[in-house]
Design a protein around this ligand. Structure first.
Ligand code: APR
Length: 233
Protein backbone atom coordinates (compact mmCIF):
# COMPACT_ATOMS: atom_id res chain seq x y z
CA UNK A 1 0.00 0.00 0.00
CA UNK A 2 1.44 3.42 -0.97
CA UNK A 3 2.26 5.72 1.91
CA UNK A 4 1.60 9.43 2.23
CA UNK A 5 3.43 11.63 4.75
CA UNK A 6 2.06 15.09 5.51
CA UNK A 7 3.89 17.75 7.55
CA UNK A 8 1.93 20.83 8.57
CA UNK A 9 2.90 24.16 10.11
CA UNK A 10 1.31 27.35 11.34
CA UNK A 11 0.14 28.35 7.84
CA UNK A 12 -2.61 25.72 7.86
CA UNK A 13 -4.18 27.32 10.93
CA UNK A 14 -3.68 30.93 9.81
CA UNK A 15 -7.08 31.27 8.18
CA UNK A 16 -8.70 29.93 11.37
CA UNK A 17 -7.35 33.07 13.04
CA UNK A 18 -4.18 31.79 14.71
CA UNK A 19 -1.16 33.96 13.98
CA UNK A 20 1.81 32.32 12.33
CA UNK A 21 5.22 32.81 13.90
CA UNK A 22 7.14 34.54 11.16
CA UNK A 23 4.67 36.25 8.82
CA UNK A 24 3.74 39.36 10.79
CA UNK A 25 5.96 41.24 13.22
CA UNK A 26 6.53 37.93 15.03
CA UNK A 27 6.31 39.64 18.41
CA UNK A 28 4.25 38.83 21.50
CA UNK A 29 3.99 41.81 23.85
CA UNK A 30 7.36 42.96 22.62
CA UNK A 31 9.05 39.56 22.95
CA UNK A 32 10.35 37.51 20.05
CA UNK A 33 8.82 34.03 20.15
CA UNK A 34 12.35 32.65 20.43
CA UNK A 35 12.70 34.60 23.70
CA UNK A 36 9.52 33.18 25.24
CA UNK A 37 9.62 29.61 24.03
CA UNK A 38 12.85 28.47 25.64
CA UNK A 39 13.92 26.67 28.80
CA UNK A 40 16.05 29.69 29.75
CA UNK A 41 13.08 32.04 29.46
CA UNK A 42 11.07 29.69 31.68
CA UNK A 43 13.85 29.55 34.26
CA UNK A 44 14.22 33.35 34.20
CA UNK A 45 10.58 34.31 34.12
CA UNK A 46 8.17 31.37 34.45
CA UNK A 47 5.22 33.68 34.93
CA UNK A 48 5.74 35.36 31.56
CA UNK A 49 6.06 32.00 29.83
CA UNK A 50 2.91 30.67 31.55
CA UNK A 51 1.04 33.84 30.53
CA UNK A 52 2.08 33.33 26.90
CA UNK A 53 0.84 29.74 26.78
CA UNK A 54 -2.28 30.45 28.88
CA UNK A 55 -3.20 33.10 26.32
CA UNK A 56 -2.59 30.74 23.42
CA UNK A 57 -4.52 27.90 25.13
CA UNK A 58 -7.57 30.08 25.80
CA UNK A 59 -7.43 31.36 22.21
CA UNK A 60 -8.19 27.82 21.03
CA UNK A 61 -11.73 28.25 22.36
CA UNK A 62 -12.31 31.09 19.92
CA UNK A 63 -11.13 29.41 16.71
CA UNK A 64 -12.52 26.67 14.49
CA UNK A 65 -10.89 24.25 12.07
CA UNK A 66 -10.94 25.48 8.48
CA UNK A 67 -11.47 23.83 5.10
CA UNK A 68 -7.83 22.70 4.95
CA UNK A 69 -8.03 20.83 8.29
CA UNK A 70 -11.33 19.28 7.23
CA UNK A 71 -9.93 18.17 3.87
CA UNK A 72 -7.16 16.26 5.67
CA UNK A 73 -9.81 14.70 7.94
CA UNK A 74 -11.60 13.52 4.80
CA UNK A 75 -8.37 12.09 3.40
CA UNK A 76 -7.67 10.14 6.60
CA UNK A 77 -11.15 8.57 6.42
CA UNK A 78 -10.85 7.72 2.73
CA UNK A 79 -7.37 6.23 3.04
CA UNK A 80 -7.11 4.46 6.39
CA UNK A 81 -3.61 3.21 7.15
CA UNK A 82 -1.97 5.20 4.36
CA UNK A 83 -1.54 8.60 5.94
CA UNK A 84 0.97 9.83 8.52
CA UNK A 85 0.06 13.33 9.67
CA UNK A 86 2.83 15.13 11.55
CA UNK A 87 2.21 18.68 12.69
CA UNK A 88 4.45 21.31 14.21
CA UNK A 89 1.31 23.01 15.46
CA UNK A 90 0.37 22.84 19.11
CA UNK A 91 -3.32 23.63 18.48
CA UNK A 92 -6.06 20.99 18.26
CA UNK A 93 -7.51 22.03 14.90
CA UNK A 94 -6.46 18.88 13.02
CA UNK A 95 -8.30 16.76 15.58
CA UNK A 96 -11.37 18.99 15.45
CA UNK A 97 -11.13 18.90 11.65
CA UNK A 98 -11.62 15.12 11.71
CA UNK A 99 -8.12 13.62 11.96
CA UNK A 100 -7.87 10.98 14.66
CA UNK A 101 -4.15 10.18 14.46
CA UNK A 102 -2.10 13.38 14.67
CA UNK A 103 1.57 13.36 15.67
CA UNK A 104 2.37 16.62 17.44
CA UNK A 105 6.14 16.84 17.17
CA UNK A 106 6.29 20.19 19.02
CA UNK A 107 3.82 19.20 21.75
CA UNK A 108 0.27 20.30 22.51
CA UNK A 109 -1.25 23.30 24.25
CA UNK A 110 -3.96 21.08 25.71
CA UNK A 111 -1.46 18.96 27.63
CA UNK A 112 0.79 19.69 30.58
CA UNK A 113 3.82 17.85 31.87
CA UNK A 114 5.17 17.58 35.40
CA UNK A 115 8.94 18.10 35.36
CA UNK A 116 9.20 16.26 38.68
CA UNK A 117 7.38 12.99 37.87
CA UNK A 118 7.16 13.36 34.05
CA UNK A 119 3.43 12.68 33.94
CA UNK A 120 1.73 14.13 30.85
CA UNK A 121 -1.96 14.90 31.26
CA UNK A 122 -4.79 16.90 29.73
CA UNK A 123 -4.74 20.64 30.37
CA UNK A 124 -7.69 22.95 29.79
CA UNK A 125 -6.89 25.33 32.64
CA UNK A 126 -4.37 28.16 33.05
CA UNK A 127 -1.06 27.05 34.53
CA UNK A 128 0.96 29.02 37.06
CA UNK A 129 4.07 28.55 39.17
CA UNK A 130 1.73 27.38 41.94
CA UNK A 131 -0.09 24.67 39.92
CA UNK A 132 0.04 21.28 41.63
CA UNK A 133 0.61 17.98 39.86
CA UNK A 134 -2.34 15.68 40.49
CA UNK A 135 -0.02 12.67 40.18
CA UNK A 136 2.87 13.50 42.53
CA UNK A 137 1.26 16.38 44.42
CA UNK A 138 4.20 18.75 43.96
CA UNK A 139 3.67 22.38 43.08
CA UNK A 140 5.83 24.35 40.67
CA UNK A 141 6.85 21.56 38.33
CA UNK A 142 4.00 21.80 35.83
CA UNK A 143 4.85 23.23 32.44
CA UNK A 144 3.04 23.31 29.12
CA UNK A 145 3.70 20.12 27.13
CA UNK A 146 5.45 22.12 24.45
CA UNK A 147 8.82 21.52 22.83
CA UNK A 148 10.82 24.69 23.33
CA UNK A 149 13.72 25.94 21.20
CA UNK A 150 16.75 23.87 22.11
CA UNK A 151 14.68 20.81 23.09
CA UNK A 152 14.32 17.65 21.06
CA UNK A 153 11.00 17.27 19.22
CA UNK A 154 8.75 14.34 20.10
CA UNK A 155 8.45 11.05 18.19
CA UNK A 156 11.53 11.64 16.02
CA UNK A 157 12.43 7.94 15.63
CA UNK A 158 8.90 7.10 14.54
CA UNK A 159 8.82 10.13 12.21
CA UNK A 160 12.08 9.19 10.43
CA UNK A 161 10.79 5.63 10.09
CA UNK A 162 7.61 6.85 8.37
CA UNK A 163 9.55 9.32 6.19
CA UNK A 164 11.70 6.44 4.96
CA UNK A 165 8.56 4.58 3.85
CA UNK A 166 6.82 7.55 2.22
CA UNK A 167 5.97 7.47 -1.49
CA UNK A 168 4.65 11.02 -1.36
CA UNK A 169 5.82 13.70 1.11
CA UNK A 170 3.70 16.84 1.39
CA UNK A 171 4.51 19.97 3.35
CA UNK A 172 1.69 22.42 4.13
CA UNK A 173 2.07 25.95 5.54
CA UNK A 174 5.50 25.78 7.11
CA UNK A 175 8.37 28.19 6.51
CA UNK A 176 11.01 25.46 6.64
CA UNK A 177 13.37 27.27 8.96
CA UNK A 178 13.03 25.24 12.16
CA UNK A 179 14.94 21.96 12.23
CA UNK A 180 14.61 18.99 12.37
CA UNK A 181 11.13 19.45 10.80
CA UNK A 182 12.62 21.57 8.01
CA UNK A 183 14.96 18.72 7.04
CA UNK A 184 12.25 16.09 6.56
CA UNK A 185 11.46 16.99 2.93
CA UNK A 186 15.10 16.55 1.86
CA UNK A 187 15.25 13.30 3.81
CA UNK A 188 12.09 12.00 2.11
CA UNK A 189 13.35 13.00 -1.33
CA UNK A 190 16.71 11.34 -0.76
CA UNK A 191 14.83 8.14 0.07
CA UNK A 192 12.85 8.26 -3.16
CA UNK A 193 9.59 10.04 -2.24
CA UNK A 194 7.93 12.53 -4.54
CA UNK A 195 7.67 15.85 -2.71
CA UNK A 196 5.02 18.59 -2.87
CA UNK A 197 4.94 21.91 -1.03
CA UNK A 198 1.72 23.86 -0.42
CA UNK A 199 2.34 27.39 0.83
CA UNK A 200 1.45 30.99 0.11
CA UNK A 201 4.96 31.60 -1.22
CA UNK A 202 8.29 29.91 -1.82
CA UNK A 203 10.14 28.96 1.36
CA UNK A 204 13.73 28.30 2.44
CA UNK A 205 13.30 24.65 1.52
CA UNK A 206 11.32 24.98 -1.74
CA UNK A 207 14.28 23.64 -3.80
CA UNK A 208 13.71 20.23 -2.10
CA UNK A 209 10.27 19.88 -3.68
CA UNK A 210 9.26 18.39 -7.01
CA UNK A 211 6.08 20.46 -7.11
CA UNK A 212 5.16 23.82 -5.56
CA UNK A 213 1.51 24.82 -5.12
CA UNK A 214 1.00 28.45 -4.10
CA UNK A 215 -2.17 29.81 -2.49
CA UNK A 216 -4.08 30.02 0.77
CA UNK A 217 -4.39 26.63 2.48
CA UNK A 218 -8.19 26.77 2.63
CA UNK A 219 -8.23 26.72 -1.18
CA UNK A 220 -5.11 24.78 -2.11
CA UNK A 221 -5.48 21.90 0.36
CA UNK A 222 -9.10 20.88 -0.46
CA UNK A 223 -8.29 21.12 -4.20
CA UNK A 224 -5.14 19.03 -3.76
CA UNK A 225 -7.00 16.42 -1.66
CA UNK A 226 -9.76 16.17 -4.28
CA UNK A 227 -7.18 15.62 -7.04
CA UNK A 228 -5.31 13.04 -4.95
CA UNK A 229 -8.48 11.11 -4.14
CA UNK A 230 -9.48 10.96 -7.78
CA UNK A 231 -6.03 10.21 -9.20
CA UNK A 232 -4.49 8.12 -6.40
CA UNK A 233 -0.92 8.28 -5.16
N1 APR B 1 -1.96 29.20 3.60
C1 APR B 1 -0.81 28.55 3.34
N2 APR B 1 0.38 28.92 3.88
C2 APR B 1 0.39 29.99 4.67
C3 APR B 1 -0.78 30.73 4.98
C4 APR B 1 -2.00 30.30 4.39
N3 APR B 1 -3.15 30.92 4.62
N4 APR B 1 -0.43 31.75 5.81
C5 APR B 1 0.88 31.65 6.01
N5 APR B 1 1.39 30.60 5.34
C6 APR B 1 2.77 30.11 5.34
C7 APR B 1 3.81 31.19 5.32
O1 APR B 1 4.16 31.55 3.99
C8 APR B 1 4.97 30.52 6.06
O2 APR B 1 5.82 29.83 5.16
O3 APR B 1 2.94 29.41 6.55
C9 APR B 1 4.30 29.50 6.96
C10 APR B 1 4.32 29.83 8.43
O4 APR B 1 5.65 29.80 8.88
P1 APR B 1 6.05 29.97 10.40
O5 APR B 1 5.33 31.14 10.98
O6 APR B 1 7.52 30.00 10.46
O7 APR B 1 5.43 28.66 11.10
P2 APR B 1 6.06 27.19 11.17
O8 APR B 1 6.80 26.86 9.94
O9 APR B 1 4.95 26.30 11.59
O10 APR B 1 7.07 27.35 12.38
C11 APR B 1 7.80 26.23 12.79
O11 APR B 1 8.69 27.37 14.68
O12 APR B 1 8.24 28.92 16.34
C12 APR B 1 8.42 27.59 16.06
O13 APR B 1 7.70 25.71 17.24
C13 APR B 1 7.23 26.76 16.43
O14 APR B 1 6.19 24.94 15.27
C14 APR B 1 6.75 26.23 15.11
C15 APR B 1 8.01 26.22 14.27
Amino acid sequence: MSQLFILTGAGISAESGLKTFRDSDGLWEGHRVEDVATRDAYARNPRMVHDFYNMRRSQLQTVEPNAAHRALGRLEKEWPGQLTLVTQNVDDLHERGGCSDVWHMHGELLKKRCELCNTVSACREDLSVFSECSQCGHAGGLRPHIVWFGEIPLLMDEIYERVSKADLFVSIGTSGVVYPAAGLAAEAKSQGARTVELNMTDTEVSPCFDELIHGPATESVPAWVDALLSEGL
